[in-house]
Structures are given as structure tokens and as C-alpha cells.
Design a binder for this molecule. Structure first.
Ligand SMILES: NC(=O)c1ccc[n+]([C@@H]2O[C@H](COP(=O)([O-])OP(=O)(O)OC[C@H]3O[C@@H](n4cnc5c(N)ncnc54)[C@H](O)[C@@H]3O)[C@@H](O)[C@H]2O)c1
Length: 345
């Protein structure tokens, strides 16, 4: 299949691009190269004859029409988005424009292309979303595909809006869509302002490791390579119009997660004191959701997917990757504005 992947120079999109090429697909990687992008993430496939990069902004409808017409993809995997909750608190405008208007443009460009091609049944528009659209859980329960939407941050509200647009384009125009809502990802190539890389890199520099509030917020962590595998599976085998929740069944409080990373670093890069001594509690994020947990029964029972690693195994792979890839993260840390505390409201 020829896949048009948006956001393929980002964290998850680049994992999808690398895996899609490895599976024998052709890939057109469409990315605006915002602050969050890094073409090194796809350097391993950049010279593959089945790979093409198109620098374009999903807010630019004319550019999207040109790319659809030039490349004639069999399917779209739409990952391009503003993705950092803290940045959405400081500057929500970009999230509205890219995540909502940009998705609208993608849907309209895809609909035009699909309609002019006589509406092939095999075409798919796969929209990649987040579990944050479901809001916040108490100590028990899990998000299913039927959980009502209840987004609470500008980021999750913009993603929820984009999900509604995708469902509407399926119902109203018959566009063949699939959707996925995924829990927090981690792994190689994770941008250094997100929690897990911040922990690893602050620890390696001997700086305080910041934890928001009292560290009791719970997330369901998923290794990014497992997510990429699930996305390609949903694209090829998912039922039309259906959404699938993807989660690692790896719930951990932020404090437990950080302590696990410190213990791995104590083994792999020992120093005189434990890295856990660097843990520092800082003021909480405004509106910080207490707990997310995914019920992945649908994707497991319908498509046979399950994660390949536990969170401990995935974190060890991730820490090793950051220890082995200093030039990658050093270049990103040197970008302006990266590493400052964001989203304090
Ligand atoms: N990171 C997570 O834990 C997580 C979990 C669930 C869902 N998601 C979703 O997965 C997708 C990818 O997330 P990520 O963590 O890889 O994000 P990311 O921030 O690492 O990458 C986003 C990519 O999109 C590109 N982009 C941003 N605005 C664009 C625009 N206007 N036009 C074209 N390209 C643009 C950026 O340049 C970047 O390469 C997002 O849709 C996000 O909502 C992420």
C-alpha cells in the first residue's frame, strides 16, 4: 500500500514511517517540521526508494490537494498535531488551528481525492487520537470506546473536536475512516520536553527531576513501537467506521514511573548517589487529569493485538536508547525554548 502519513517527522509518526517501510509499504511523509519535528527520526529510511518527504502544513489546503494528486495514496494515517498539553495551556491557538482546522483540511482534501477516484472501497482515512478525549478517571474503571467524551485541556478538547469531525465525515459523506485513541506513549525519539525524556536527561545531567504535584497522577504507558504496530494493524484489518482504544495495560503513577527509571539508571549509568535523590516535587499543572486507563479488549479480541513489552522492559530499552544517542537529544535540547517549565497557567 502507498500510505500518506502526516506528522511523520514527530515521535509516533516516525515510528509508524519506519515500521511501514519495514513492512514493505510505500510512504509519503507529510510534515510541516514544527519545533517538535526531527528528520533524523526517519534518517534510517530516507534513502529508501519507497519513501518520499513532503514539507507541507495541514493548514494549507492547496498544498494538501497538490500532494494527494501527485502521490495518489491508498490510505492516510493522520498523526500531525500539536501534541504537548503544557504548550496548549500557554498558547491554545496553534492547537485549534492545526488539530481542528488542519484535520478539517485533511478530511476535505481526502474526500475530494477519494470522490474523484470513484470512491474506492479500499481507501482508508485513519485518524490517530488520544485517550485524553475521555477526561479523567477516579481510582477505578477504564476508558472503553463507548466512554462519553469529556476533554479538559485545550489539547484534549482540540483532539476531541477532530475526532468528531472524522466521525461526521464518515456519517455524512461516507468517507471510509478508522479511528484510534491511545494512551501515553514512550520510547526512542521522544522529544526532550515530555516527561520520560525529561526524567532521563535531567538525571544524566545531575539536575532536579521535576514531578508535578505529589506524583499520584496515573497514566497507562505504551511503548511507541507497540503503538506503531497496532496502528498499522488497525489500518489494514480494522472495521470501517470503528474506533479502537490502544493501551499498554501498564498503569503507573508518575512517582512509580520516575522511581523505575531512576532504578534502571542506577544499574546502567551508576553514580555515587541514587538518581532517585534528584526527585523534586513542583507545583501541579492546572487541570491535571488524575488518572487515565484504557480497556483494550476490542483491539485484542477483534484484531489479536497485544503489547510486546511490559513497562519495565520498555523503559529499559528507552533508557539504553537515550544513553546511546546523545547527539540526537543534545541537538534538540539546544533548540530555543526547549527545557523551560511550560503550562503553569
Ligand atoms: N505522544 C503520546 O503519548 C500520544 C498518545 C496518544 C495519541 N497521540 C497522538 O499521536 C499523534 C502524534 O503524536 P506525537 O507524540 O508523535 O507528536 P509530536 O509532537 O512528536 O509530532 C507531531 C508532528 O506533527 C507535525 N506537525 C505539527 N503541526 C503540523 C502542521 N500544521 N502541519 C503539518 N505537520 C504538523 C510536527 O512537525 C511533528 O513532526 C498526535 O495526533 C497525538 O495527538 C500522542
Amino acid at each position: 500500500m502507498k500510505l500518506l502519513v502526516t506528522g511523520g517527522a514527530g515521535f509516533i509518526g516516525s515510528a509508524v514511517v519506519r515500521r511501514a517501510i519495514a513492512q514493505g509499504h510505500a510512504v509519503v511523509n507529510l510534515d510541516a517540521l514544527t519545533y517538535a519535528a526531527c528528520l533524523d527520526n526517519v534518517a534510517s529510511v530516507a534513502n529508501n526508494p519507497d519513501y518520499v518527504f513532503e514539507r507541507a502544513d495541514i493548514r494549507d489546503r492547496a498544498a494538501l490537494d497538490r500532494i494527494f494528486a501527485a502521490h495518489r495514496p491508498d490510505a492516510v494515517m493522520h498523526l500531525a498535531a500539536e501534541s504537548h498539553v503544557d504548550r496548549s495551556i500557554d498558547g491554545p491557538g496553534d492547537f485549534i488551528e492545526t488539530n481542528i482546522t488542519g484535520t478539517f483540511n485533511m478530511l476535505e482534501a481526502a474526500r475530494k481525492y477519494w470522490t474523484e477516484a470513484d470512491k474506492p472501497e479500499s481507501f482508508r482515512f485513519h485518524h490517530i487520537s488520544t485517550d485524553e478525549v475521555f477526561g479523567s478517571l477516579g481510582p477505578t474503571g477504564q476508558f472503553t470506546e463507548g466512554t462519553p467524551y469529556d476533554p479538559r485541556s485545550p489539547y484534549s478538547a482540540s483532539k476531541a473536536s477532530s475526532d468528531h469531525l472524522v466521525h461526521a465525515w464518515a456519517e455524512t459523506y461516507g468517507l471510509p475512516v478508522v479511528l484510534t485513541n491511545c494512551s501515553n506513549n514512550y520510547g526512542p525519539y521522544h522529544f526532550p520536553e515530555k516527561l520520560i525524556p525529561v526524567v532521563i536527561l535531567n538525571a544524566l545531567h545531575g539536575r532536579p527531576i521535576p514531578i508535578y504535584g505529589n506524583g499520584s497522577n496515573v497514566r497507562d504507558w505504551l511503548y511507541v513501537e507497540d503503538h506503531a504496530e497496532a496502528l498499522l494493524l488497525v489500518l489494514s484489518k480494522g472495521a470501517l467506521g470503528r474506533s479502537y482504544n490502544i493501551g499498554g495495560e501498564n498503569e503507573r503513577s508518575n512517582l512509580e514511573l520516575v522511581q523505575t527509571i531512576c532504578a534502571i539508571l542506577d544499574r546502567l549509568a551508576p553514580r555515587s548517589d541514587s538518581y532517585a535523590d534528584l526527585i523534586t516535587f513542583v507545583s501541579d499543572r492546572p487541570g491535571h487529569d488524575a488518572r487515565y486507563a484504557i480497556d483494550p479488549t476490542r483491539i485484542r479480541e477483534e484484531l489479536g493485538w497485544r503489547p510486546s513489552v511490559t513497562v519495565e522492559e520498555g523503559l529499559e530499552k528507552t533508557v539504553r536508547w537515550y544513553l546511546d544517542n546523545r547527539p540526537w537529544w543534545q541537538a534538540l535540547l539546544d533548540r530555543e525554548g526547549v527545557g523551560k517549565r511550560l503550562g503553569t497557567g
